[in-house]
Ligand binder design. Structure first.
Ligand code: ZN
Length: 463
């Protein structure tokens, strides 16, 4: 009995719909024939703006003035479909008491050496509290003379996930900077790694600009949310062809000493985690010149602002500054968004002081996997000599361990929080200097050994 009842109701509903559909079709045909006379194509294929107003609705189409036949064809088809959809939607609705249903379109054009982008925005008002906005973008690669989409710009199948995490960081930063208080979960769901969530982007001089329409990542009143990701953070995420503006940053070298004199030496990289600290770090910096040494600091983002001058001094001397995350987190326990947050917050804090990008990561506890490497987009530097300096706090013991285990290409783990660790490192340098060793940063070691570091690997030593 229940089944029959439902079935009957469905048929009735379908009958009504069919009737309505026939009426709409008849109106549609007459409107279309009207439109074709109103919407004149100019010689470039550009259509003049179109306005249609009845007692019930207003249609205002701002046809894009873009000089590219492919983009125009796609745009015209999209706008036509959207307009039909709007008219179908409102055909079932009663006249409004006050005001009208509205369909208004706008567009933006972006262009650089390679890509011409057309972005269409459709505002629809079909009742309720606010407009509904639909966004659609089309991109044309001028060199290859073909239409392209976001997936054509991405370097590999992991890139979208990386872009999603980076966007999360920048959207939350935008929220914090403007006191908007976006809901983290809404932001996350609006940025899931689906290419539809990255519909509107522009390659501009300073980086990749991504625009999220109202309601995608935040409440309606926040409007559209626009973020800018600098090109140097998109290496390995966006194809190199589209990152040409950032090429010079890639090869920037953080030191001003001549490392050629070390080419015949055995190399050791001293690395110091968990700092900076006032006493330990500065004592080390005071003594490095004695051994013609430079070292690598994997600093905690949460400490950087408290020891700005120390960090700046370390960097200016030509030491390498890497990241040890913001709050010494076990990255294996975090989701992708939190991983990005730990990494980006640290890198931003460092860059504020050194004005240079941080490319090297030492994950706390050495905990890392392929996903973290991909999300961080940095070089993962582990160690092969663990001094256990935090446990013994004995300078001689630390120095002995280093000297006994030293070998060419070694990476030594120490902590500059402890004066005993710094003393132990300096004692070891004193002794190893006469054995033909040079003390270099991770970056210098890779250069001297002609190793092109790979972001998909872990480095325990560099050979
Ligand atoms: Zn640590």
């Amino acid at each position: 009995m229940e089944y029959k009842k439902t079935h009957k109701r469905r048929l009735t509903k379908f009958g009504k719909r069919f009737f309505a559909f026939t009426i709409v079709l008849m109106i549609g045909i007459s409107v279309l024939s009207l439109n074709s006379s109103n919407r004149n194509l100019s010689e470039k294929g550009i259509i003049d703006n179109y306005k249609e107003e009845t007692d019930n609705y207003l249609v205002e189409i701002n046809y894009p003035k873009v000089n590219n036949k492919n983009l125009l064809a796609y745009a015209n088809e999209y706008l036509q479909n959207k307009e039909e959809e709007f008219k179908n939607d409102i055909s079932d609705l009663k006249n409004m008491n006050s005001g009208k249903y509205e369909f208004i379109t706008d567009y933006k054009i972006s262009e650089n050496e390679d890509v011409l982008g057309l972005h269409l925005i459709v505002y629809k008002y079909t009742g309720g509290a606010h407009y509904i906005r639909d966004d659609k973008s089309y991109y044309y690669n001028k060199n290859e003379e073909k239409m392209v989409s976001i997936t054509d710009f991405l370097a590999n199948d992991k890139s979208l996930e990386q872009l999603s995490s980076l966007s999360y960081y920048y959207v939350m930063k935008y929220s914090n900077d403007n006191d908007f208080g976006f809901d983290e979960n809404m932001v996350k769901s609006g940025l899931e790694s689906d290419s539809n969530n990255f519909e509107y982007f522009n390659f501009i001089d300073d980086g990749l600009e991504i625009v999220f329409p109202p309601l995608q990542v935040a409440y309606h009143a926040a409007g559209e949310v626009k973020i800018l990701i600098p090109y140097n953070e998109l290496n390995g995420i966006i194809k190199d062809d589209y990152l040409k503006y950032s090429k010079k940053d890639n090869n920037e070298i953080n030191h001003n000493r001549n490392i050629k004199e070390f080419s015949n030496k055995k190399l050791i990289a001293f690395t110091f985690d968990d700092g900076p600290s006032y006493i330990g770090t500065n004592k080390l910096l005071d003594n490095l010149d004695k051994y013609n040494a430079r070292v690598t600091f994997f600093v905690l983002g949460s400490r950087v602002n408290d020891y700005k001058d120390t960090l700046k001094r370390a960097y200016d001397m030509g030491n390498l500054i890497g990241s040890h995350t913001y709050s010494h987190s076990n990255l294996l326990k975090l989701d992708n968004y939190s991983i990005t947050n730990e990494i980006k917050k640290t890198n931003d804090s460092i860059k504020n002081i050194t004005n240079s990008d941080t490319l090297y990561l030492r994950p706390p506890y050495g905990n890392i996997n392929a996903n973290i490497r991909e999300i961080s987009n940095m070089y993962t530097i582990l160690w092969d000599l663990d001094t256990e300096d935090w446990k013994y706090k004995d300078a001689n013991r630390i120095a002995n361990y280093i000297v006994e285990n030293a070998h060419d290409g070694a990476i030594i783990l120490l902590h500059d929080l402890y004066e005993t660790s710094v003393d132990g490192a300096l004692l070891a340098m004193e002794r190893l200097q006469s054995e033909g060793y040079a003390f270099v940063t991770i970056e210098e070691m890779a250069m001297l050994k002609n190793v092109q570091l790979d972001k998909t690997k872990n480095y325990f030593s560099i050979k």
